[in-house]
Ligand binder design. Structure first.
Ligand SMILES: O=C(O)CCC(=O)C(=O)O
Ligand SMILES: [Fe+2]
Length: 649
């Protein structure tokens, strides 16, 4: 008999109360909550083996395991089926784990109480998405992959890594219990393979019982029960096993082998969507996200895991990157379109069109009164195909070693989440959505300086038109996008940056969207904090009412207090919503965009979504010297040689 099943009885022994079968048949009560008992113990008992895959961060699991792509919550469900489950902290009362059986609550409808304990606030029934997905997986005989995190204290042994893949399990029972006045669902899983010993068993414990010693017959029934506050499970409920069934087959392999499926001779293999998923290290079984432009490196943890020794595995896999031709990222027949028509769209701003001033570029100008302007210089085939022009730059950027990599986001729902694009910074250090180390322009490949020449020109031209003085860029952020990558809504910083930001797009077409930030759109933050100074931007929620109040206060018709009171009244009952994009740019190969205005980055945010498998965005800014560590200032110095200076042709 497996050691853990003996332990289940030992838990009762701590305060012995005879287990008895309930009217429902399967579950019995005792005076002792097993989970509480195990929590009190320090988990030091070693496990018998090694997990087939593991991760330091939850995001690495999602990157690597096709059956657990959930960024939040303990259950990954898709297409109405449950594919994977993570057992971490908060498995709920009456959670039970042994070598072959897992009983846990089905998440959702809970909130954390003041002690951080998850409590149910909503009743669950069979209409609950997660409950339904588990019932479907049970019915369709689909095994579920299970991962155990170090946050889980129900299993008695100490699992070796922050997240550990256990095995495939079958869903054997789903039922409902009433706890703290609310009805919640519970699920019982059984390990699919009953023949081999589980790696998480106690080290040195006996092997699993042979088939003939198993109870496959007396299937316990469970029905909806009023769960007593303190319970443990009837031994028969824990001992019973579903009859082995060869038709129960997983849909995915538990441990994917992505590398063996990538044919490095395929020209675009390194930039397709699947190529920036994670791989399981063949040496140490760690889930490795693709952080590097060229491939995967097991011990490349820029963010050490607290309490974990530095990872020293030497595995790395760098792909042979074949240069991706423009032809395969731009669909239109002539590769770069000659001049694109402006597609009328009433939902977004119509620009001012100027085909003369910077010909052969078409200049589209979007003006946000009192805020700033966005100048889009539309390139064309003639410009793109010139010597050292965008067509060549696109090739060169793929041939030089830029040092592009994905960084963990500074702020993300799930720790360790990486940006969905690669980045490298040249010149003065700049902190965008993440902190990126910077290389001096003296280390930059020539193509970067040529791009800088173009961006300097575009900045000057866009500002000439506005009769403004351009400050020369001293920083460049290069972003690289593979298929399916993007940059979500963000601003480019307020205080440390000059007011002008210029971007050169190369490769795949993309859509840039600009929208008002939520706090300015709604007039208050999600936490209900009102703006100290409301700019009342055109198109914001309750624009007329907010403007009226503002005018009355400025004219001293009303006091600050009355303004606050009346504004509260106006916004009462209005739920914060996100602003719709007000400007939409279709960025094509060779196009330049200049955003200008102190308040543009303060009030608005932008996102860019490319449409094909390779795109570069080279963005130059002016970083104010007093925001930079003096020793880094030299990094922003550069001199352009004659061929790197751009004159608009
Ligand atoms: O990809 C782009 O065109 C924009 C990049 C961007 O927004 C940034 O670098 O901050
Ligand atoms: Fe940006």
């Amino acid at each position: 008999m497996p050691a853990k099943r003996k332990r289940a009885i030992r838990a009762n022994e701590a305060k012995p109360v005879k287990a008895r079968r309930t009217s429902g048949g399967g579950i019995a009560r005792s005076e002792v909550s097993e989970s509480a008992l195990v929590t009190a113990r320090k988990l030091t008992i070693p496990v018998d083996g090694e997990p087939p895959a593991w991760a330091n961060y939850r995001s690495e699991l999602g990157d690597t395991l096709p059956w657990f792509r959930a960024v939040q919550g303990g259950i990954y469900h898709k297409d109405g089926l449950c594919w994977g489950v993570l057992l971490d902290a908060d498995s709920g009362d009456r959670c039970y784990i042994d070598e072959e059986v897992i009983i846990t609550r089905i998440g959702g409808g809970c909130t954390k109480d003041k002690d951080g304990k998850l409590t149910r606030v909503k009743n669950q029934d069979t209409n609950d998405t997660m409950v339904k997905s588990l019932l479907n997986s049970m019915e369709q005989k689909l095994p579920v992959g299970i991962i155990i995190g170090q946050g889980n204290t129900v299993l008695e042994t100490k699992v070796p890594h922050p997240f550990n893949v256990m095995a495939y399990f079958r869903v054997s029972h789903v039922w409902f219990e009433r706890c703290d006045g609310k009805i919640g669902a519970k699920v019982r899983f059984e390990k699919l393979d009953l023949t081999s010993k589980s790696w998480w068993a106690v080290k040195g414990s006996s092997p699993p019982p042979p088939r003939e010693e198993r109870d496959f017959k007396n299937r316990p029934e469970v029905e909806r029960l009023e769960a007593p506050a303190i319970l443990t499970y009837d031994q028969r409920f824990l001992d019973y096993r579903l009859h082995p069934d060869d038709t129960v087959q997983p849909h995915h392999s538990l441990i994917p082998d992505l590398l063996s499926t990538l044919n490095e001779d395929d020209s675009d293999v390194s930039t397709i969507r699947v190529a920036w998923k994670g791989v399981v290290c063949p040496q140490c079984r760690k889930c490795i996200s693709r952080k590097l432009w060229r491939g995967w490196k097991c011990s490349d943890d820029t963010t050490p895991t607290p309490g974990h020794p530095h990872h020293t595995c030497t595995f790395q896999k760098m792909l042979r990157m074949h240069p991706v031709p423009l032809r395969s990222v731009i669909d239109s027949l002539e590769i770069s379109p000659q001049k694109r028509a402006l597609i009328p769209d009433k939902t977004v701003m119509t620009p001012h069109v100027d085909d003369v001033s910077l010909a052969p570029y078409r200049m589209l100008v979007y003006t946000l009164p009192g805020v700033g302007h966005i100048t889009h210089l539309v390139s064309n085939r003639t410009i793109n195909s010139r010597p050292d022009g965008p067509d060549i730059m696109f090739q060169q950027l793929q041939q030089v070693e830029l040092g592009l990599r994905r960084f963990p986001l500074d702020q993300s729902v799930v720790d360790g989440t990486l940006t969905a694009h690669f980045a490298v910074n040249y010149g003065m250090p700049y902190k965008y959505v993440v902190s990126v180390k910077s290389k001096g322009f003296n280390e930059a490949p020539k193509v970067i300086l040529r791009a800088l020449g173009r961006l300097k020109w575009a900045t000057e031209k866009a500002l000439d038109r506005a009769r403004d003085i351009a400050r020369a860029p001293n920083e460049m952020l290069v972003l690289g996008y593979f298929e399916g990558m993007k940059i979500g809504y963000h601003d480019d910083g307020e205080s440390s940056l000059g007011p002008t930001i210029a971007t050169l797009s190369l490769g795949a077409q993309s859509t840039m969207l600009i929208r008002m930030k939520s706090v300015y759109f709604n007039g208050r933050s999600k936490n209900n904090i009102f703006l100290a100074e409301d700019p009342v931007l055109p198109g914001c929620a309750f624009e007329i009412e907010r403007q009226n109040l503002k005018t009355r206060m400025h004219n001293r018709d009303i006091t600050h207090e009355i303004y606050d009171k009346e504004l509260k009244e106006v916004l009462k009952g209005h739920k914060c919503s996100v602003a719709k994009p007000c400007i939409k740019l279709q960025l094509n190969h060779g196009d330049l965009v200049v955003m200008h205005g102190e308040n543009l980055q303060k009030y608005y945010e932008h996102s860019v979504i490319p449409e094909n498998k390779l795109r570069f965005a080279l963005t130059a800014r002016h970083i104010k010297a007093d925001h930079v560590d003096p020793k880094d200032i030299r990094k922003g110095n550069f001199t352009l040689s004659g061929d790197q200076v751009y004159n608009g042709h």
